[in-house]
Design a protein. Structure first.
Length: 268
C-alpha cells in the first residue's frame, strides 16, 4: 500500500536559505520511486508553492501541491485542482474594514497577483520571500474573479495588536473562518472547511490511501491540524512548542540539518 507524505515548506522541508538539502532530496527520490506520494502542504499561494517546487526541482510522479492552508489541492501530474474553496465574498470587505480599523496590514490573492489596499512595509517584508506580483486597490473585491483562497494579516512590531484584530474577525465571522498564525508575524485567515488537516484527509481519500499510511511534518501553529490528522505526525526540532506537544515524533535535527531524512527513509 502506498504512503502519502505531507510537508510544510518554510522551517520544515526548506532550509533557512529556502533550499532542499542534497540528503533530503535523495530521500524524497527514494520515497517516491517506491510508489509513494509526495505533497507540499503550505500556507503559501499556489504560485509560490510552484516557485519553490521549480527552484528545488521537486518534481516526482504522483505529487500534489496543497496551497493556502488547505484551501487548494493541485494535482501536479494532471495539472488541475482536486479541491478549492475560499473566504466567502461577503466577509472579504468586512475583514479589510476591520484591518483598517485595527491598523493591521491585510492582503489577499487572485490567480496571478497579491491584492493589497496599500504598498507598505509589511507588503515589502512579505515579498522578500514571496515574489508574486501585486495589485494595489482599496476596492479589493474588484480584483477578484472568485472567492480568495485566503487573506493574510501582517504585523511586524506589536503581537498584541494583531491578536486584537484576530479576536474582532473571529467575533464577526463566527465559525465560518479559521484564523491561525503561520509565524510570529503572519495571521492566516481561511475558510473553516479548509485547513491543512482537512487537506490530509481529502487527499488521502482521493487517492484511496488509509489515513494510517499518511505522514505529515511541520513547525508552526498552522501545521498542527495536519500533524494531528496524519497517521504519523512529525514536529521539527525547530518547531514551536505547541507543535511538538501534538506530534507523534520530533526530529532529532532541525530543518537546516536534514531533520526529515530519517523520517522519510523509515517510511519507504
Amino acid at each position: 500500500m502506498s504512503k502519502l507524505f505531507f510537508t510544510d515548506l518554510d522551517g520544515t522541508l526548506l532550509t533557512n536559505d529556502k533550499k532542499v538539502s542534497p540528503a533530503t532530496m535523495d530521500a524524497l527520490v527514494k520515497f517516491t520511486a517506491a510508489g509513494n506520494h509526495f505533497a507540499i502542504n503550505t500556507g503559501r499561494g499556489l504560485d509560490s508553492a510552484m516557485f519553490a517546487q521549480r527552484e528545488n526541482n521537486l518534481f516526482f510522479p504522483g505529487s500534489y501541491l496543497v496551497a493556502y492552508n488547505g484551501s487548494q489541492i493541485y494535482d501536479c501530474d494532471a495539472k488541475k485542482d482536486v479541491y478549492r474553496t475560499g473566504v466567502p465574498f461577503d466577509l472579504v470587505p468586512k475583514i479589510f474594514s476591520l484591518a483598517k480599523e485595527y491598523g493591521i496590514h491585510c492582503h489577499t490573492y487572485n490567480d496571478t497577483h497579491l491584492v493589497s489596499p496599500a504598498e507598505d512595509d509589511e507588503l515589502e517584508f512579505y515579498r522578500h520571500v514571496i515574489k508574486t506580483p501585486y495589485i494595489i486597490t482599496e476596492d479589493i473585491c474588484s480584483a477578484l474573479s472568485d472567492v480568495p483562497c485566503k487573506i493574510i494579516g501582517i504585523e511586524l512590531h506589536d503581537r498584541a495588536k494583531i491578536e486584537r484584530f484576530k479576536d474582532a474577525v473571529m467575533e464577526m465571522a463566527g465559525d465560518r473562518l479559521t484564523l491561525l498564525f503561520s509565524n510570529q508575524y503572519y495571521l492566516e485567515i481561511f475558510n473553516s472547511e479548509a485547513g491543512k488537516g482537512s487537506a490530509v484527509k481529502r487527499l488521502a481519500d482521493h487517492l484511496g490511501i488509509p489515513i494510517e499510511n499518511t505522514i505529515a511534518a511541520g513547525d508552526e501553529e498552522n501545521d498542527i491540524s495536519m500533524i494531528e490528522a496524519a497517521g504519523l505526525g512529525v514536529a521539527m526540532l525547530n518547531a514551536v512548542e505547541m507543535v511538538k506537544d501534538v506530534a507523534d515524533v520530533i526530529t532529532k535535527s532541525d530543518n537546516n540539518h536534514d531533520g526529515l531524512v530519517p523520517i522519510i527513509l523509515d517510511n519507504i
